[in-house]
Write a protein that binds this ligand. Structure first.
Ligand code: GLC
Length: 444
């Protein structure tokens, strides 16, 4: 009996230790991601030739598969300048980038030995276009992310082909499915051996279960090659962080780490007819919205088939660059901000929680902004990236009440940024907020 209990206690202690170790590993692995805040997503593939939707256009039967694949003939990449791409990405203030090494159509951007479909073997570009990009990313000191579609609608051993055609059912031919699983594992081994990415960005997991994908084995394989590799959520529950897509969350997501991926217009890849671009202001606003909720933003570009980047996208990246370099202090080292009932807008905090950053995407009425419920004493308020000290004053603070009153900060016109003005409020210590509902006057 005694022996049983001793063994039980030893087991509990050991499992707690290994749990703590796993947690420590995760924190270490996610450290760069947490402070990177902005990433640039790149959707580049044969779909840019006719400017139609990436892979989905044939899957959804908008055009026949063969016609979709004919785009291979037009993928020349003749003006492709990976150094220039990376320079632009770095200039935008992004700290990482994620490129589609292979989308759902199965066309690999690198010279894969696992199969025959790649821009090297199947297009007039006739070369591996991924390697020079990865090299340039490394040289620039950015973190490298590789998007990889687990599903491959072109692969003859993959069950699904289009919305209306399947090749076979996994349960009817497990050997054939195993061939596909081995193919994925080989391609992933190539990617991790050749490029040792900091991040794998999976996609397309929804078509099969974790068990069928052999998700645990794949993650194990990648972590064996690089224990610190970050993995997104789209691998049926095995990833490190959540990836909401397009829709900006309206409340802080439950996951500790998350990243909103978003297009500049309505398309991931190059589609010249899609001119529905958001303005730099709208996109920056979404970016600070993500920061406010403790998340990252992965902003997408879709280069043309010749390798050039559309002018609208260049302009957005440059405006991001101007804004992020001016406001770096209020971006990379921040944590999620305070609830909006205290400040009607976007906020973040410094890691020690003693500096509150306020983001103003508008001109404040009466040149003032208001914070409610702030218990701390304010030591100083300044305009980030400009340095001007701003006057502030607390109103409605009564000695007999615990309600902290309303802090008003004066923001003159001449300190406003053309997109989003940022203020830093230095507090006397970690932020403390009053959450009560007020007090009745009992003596005056
Ligand atoms: C989707 C789509 C895909 C796109 C991706 C980006 O899941 O399948 O076309 O690449 O989202 O997040």
């Amino acid at each position: 009996m005694k022996k049983f209990f001793t063994t039980l206690i030893v087991c509990i202690v050991l499992s707690n230790l290994s749990f703590a170790q796993t947690q420590a590993d995760t924190l270490r692995r996610m450290a760069w991601f947490e402070e990177a805040k902005l990433g640039i997503f790149i959707h580049w593939g044969i779909y840019a030739v006719d400017g139609i939707s990436e892979s989905w256009s044939f899957y959804n039967n908008y055009l026949p598969y063969d016609q979709y694949m004919k785009q291979c003939k037009g993928f020349k990449a003749q003006n492709y300048d990976p150094q220039a791409w990376v320079k632009l990405i770095k200039e935008s203030g992004a700290r990482y980038t994620v490129i589609t090494s292979k989308h759902h159509d199965g066309v690999a951007l690198w010279d894969t030995r696992a199969g025959n479909l790649s821009v090297k073997k199947s297009t007039p570009a006739r070369r591996d276009v991924l390697t020079p990009f990865c090299n340039a990313v490394r040289q620039a000191g950015l973190k490298l992310g590789l998007y990889y579609s687990l599903l491959d609608w072109s692969h003859t051993d993959y069950p699904n082909w289009t919305r209306t055609t399947t090749r076979y059912a996994i349960k009817d031919d497990t050997l054939r499915w195993q061939r596909f699983v081995d193919f994925n594992s080989k391609q992933l081994a190539e990617l991790s051996e050749r490029y040792n990415p900091d991040l794998f960005w999976f996609d397309g997991d929804w078509e099969q279960t974790a068990q069928d994908w052999h998700a645990a084995d794949l993650v194990g394989q990648l972590r064996k090659a690089n224990p610190d590799v970050v993995i997104n959520s789209r691998i049926q529950g095995y990833g490190d962080y959540a990836t909401p897509e397009q829709g900006v969350p309206t409340q802080r997501p439950k996951d500790r780490w998350w990243e909103l991926c978003m297009t500049m217009n309505d398309s991931w890849g190059y589609q010249p007819h899609d001119t529905n671009f958001k303005t730099p202001h709208m996109l920056l606003r979404t970016f600070v919205d993500c920061l406010s909720m403790g998340g990252n933003m992965l902003l997408d570009i879709g280069p043309r088939a010749d390798g050039s980047i559309p002018e609208e996208e260049i302009a957005i990246l440059k405006e991001f660059g101007r804004w992020t370099s001016k406001h770096a202090e209020a971006i990379y080292q921040t944590r999620a901000g305070i609830p909006t009932q205290f400040f009607q807008g976007y906020t973040t905090l410094s890691p020690d929680k003693s500096t509150l950053y306020l983001y103003l995407p508008y001109r404040p009425g009466d040149n003032t902004i208001e914070i409610k419920g702030l218990i701390n004493k304010v030591n100083r308020v300044w305009v980030v990236g400009n340095g001007t000290m701003l006057p502030y004053k607390v109103y409605n603070k009564n000695y007999w009440s615990e309600v902290p009153g309303n802090l008003y900060i004066t923001v003159p016109e001449n300190v406003l940024d053309e997109q989003i003005t940022v203020l830093a409020v230095l507090l006397d210590g970690p932020i403390k907020l009053y959450a009560g509902a007020g007090q009745v006057i009992s003596s005056n």
